[in-house]
Design a protein around this ligand. Structure first.
Ligand code: FAD
Ligand code: NDP
Length: 449
């Protein structure tokens, strides 16, 4: 049986669903092929369940702070199994929403694993689908071979399906997933040790944020091991043994492999179709999201550039508008805001100070570091840190960096100002909203350097 469409999308995650719905809105006949559950990484095993676990972890701090605000709180106790049941119900609800959004847009959902089968053709089991345009939106998955033996460790996928919090946890890696989950697990009752190969976590982020992230993790009781990663992991009956070199070993009942993710490019028939894959196993694309094979496009994590949900969605919509909406456009990834949902959270838009200098900008750097009002009242130690990078040549604000309560909410809004080309003079002219933490961005007077 052959089915004919205008567009076939492989992968019903954030990017694939956005592209397919937008294409259908423009009148295209669209089929979307999904090998697993509809919704993809973000909804089922990424952003959404991660943030729901972060909310759970936040209560760990809130109960302690509540006492300082006059509340009597009996000894609180977290039951992961109850969280897991509620999370499963919520992700099932969201999967239902995604399925009905696809159906409501007139997109045909085909459940099964898709594979390129020749020019303009995709095979799903016995079915052969044909379309002049094929979109690869197959996302990524945790890397499981970064260190010998690491395949015995859990990844974020398994962590989010736990029904109890292990009492001791080792985290290997120092990126987004390592930092977010180390911070959460510490508040949910685990004793956490993080092993990473750089001197600070969160390579690529501004130095101020990286230093503060390390300090906040330590303040939450997390043991940090910079410059140290296991050479090998061994599975034992009682848990996992990390071989740390110089005959040092350490056993943990549970270990999180947070050493990165790899694009899902295996078994897609890419080589035969002439789709080039780069050294990181990602689909190579040009700025218009075209691969090296005519009529084949790729978006989101399978292209391994900025692996963030809003990027996959923006690319999916841009592609659909370009192919079917008569409005060709390119997505600008030069100023993508991003957040690390540790506690307190981090958010950034624009380059780090080191990157901005490497790009040749003469900078004025404005910084502030204070104990937020809510913390000061209860004698807490958590601090809020903010940084503005201003181009000395034309006063334009190049970057905003923050760690502190509500940082992602604040920086998301400031990202609009940066997109609009705001200058430091615009920040200075904006009358503050008091008492807030965000107002401190309007009150930065003298550059630090
Ligand atoms: P995906 O959402 O991964 O979708 C790909 C889909 O393709 C999957 O459903 C898969 O089953 C399907 N598929 C694969 N192969 C085939 C095939 N051959 N045939 C058919 N279907 C196939 N991003 C943020 O912006 N904010 C966050 O807070 C955030 N938190 C995260 C937390 C974690 C723990 C993780 C792992 C990721 C997080 N991300 C976050 C990243 C975000 O989830 C991804 O960038 C986003 O989901 C990428 O979307 P995508 O459409 O490219 O791929
Ligand atoms: P990251 O790329 O953020 O971090 C990977 C970590 O693993 C780095 O610390 C890296 O070290 C380390 N690493 C890689 N290979 C090895 C190795 N062989 N031995 C030891 N350490 C190694 O990946 P994550 O898995 O944390 O997250 C994947 C992506 O998902 C992120 O990049 C992000 O795009 C997205 N994501 C976004 C989130 C958000 O928006 N809040 C949350 C979670 C994920 P080094 O730095 O030294 O290279």
């Amino acid at each position: 049986m052959t089915d004919r469409y205008d567009l076939i999308t492989l992968g019903a995650g954030s990017g694939g669903v956005a592209a397919s719905r937008r294409a259908a809105l423009h009148g295209a006949r669209v089929a979307i092929v999904e090998a697993g559950r509809v919704g993809g990484t973000c909804v089922l095993r990424g952003c959404v369940p991660k943030k729901l676990l972060m909310y759970a972890a936040q209560f760990g701090d809130a109960f302690a702070e509540a006492r300082g605000y006059g509340w009597s709180v009996a000894a609180p106790h977290f039951e992961m199994a109850r969280w897991a049941a509620a999370k499963a119900a919520e992700t099932a609800r969201l999967e239902g929403v995604y399925r009905s959004m696809l159906a409501g847009s007139g997109v045909t959902l085909i459940e099964g694993r898709g594979r390129l089968a020749g020019p303009g053709q995709v095979r799903v089991g016995e079915r052969l689908l044909q379309a002049p345009h094929i979109l690869l939106a197959t996302g990524g998955a945790p890397v499981r071979d970064s260190i010998p033996g690491i395949e015995a460790c859990a990844t974020s996928d398994e962590l989010l399906d736990l029904d109890h919090i292990p009492d001791r946890v080792a985290v290997i890696g120092g990126g987004y997933i390592a930092v977010e989950f180390a911070s959460m697990l510490a508040r949910l009752g685990a004793r956490v040790a993080v092993y990473y190969r750089d001197r600070l976590p969160l390579r690529g982020f501004d130095e101020m944020l990286r230093t503060a992230a390390a300090a906040e993790l330590q303040a939450a009781g997390v043991e940090l091991h910079p410059g140290l990663v296991p050479r090998r992991v061994q599975r034992l009956a009682s848990g996992l043994l990390l071989e740390l070199g110089d005959e040092r070993v350490r056993e943990f009942p549970w270990v999180l492999n947070a050493t990165g993710r790899l694009p899902n490019t295996a078994d897609l028939g890419l080589e035969a179709a002439g789709v080039r894959i780069d050294a990181s196993r990602a689909v190579a694309i040009d700025p218009t999201l075209r691969t090296t094979a005519p009529g084949v496009y790729a978006i989101g994590d399978v292209t391994n550039r900025r692996n963030l949900t809003p990027v996959a969605i923006a690319e999916g919509r841009a592609l659909a508008d370009s192919l079917f909406g008569g409005t060709p456009r390119v997505v600008d990834l030069s100023r993508v805001a991003s957040a690390v949902f540790m506690l307190p959270p981090i958010a950034s838009v624009g380059p780090s100070e080191a990157q901005a200098r490497a790009d040749g900008h003469a900078l004025k750097v404005f910084e502030t570091d204070f104990r937020p009002m809510k913390q000061a009242f209860v004698g807490g130690t958590e601090r809020t840190r903010m940084k503005l990078l201003v181009d000395a040549a034309d006063d334009r604000v190049l970057a905003v960096h923050m760690i502190g309560a509500d940082a992602p909410e604040i920086v998301q809004s400031l990202a609009v100002a940066l997109t609009a080309g705001a200058t430091k003079a615009h920040f200075d002219r904006t009358i503050a909203m008091h008492p807030t933490a965000a107002e401190e961005f309007m009150l930065l007077r003298e550059p630090l350097r």
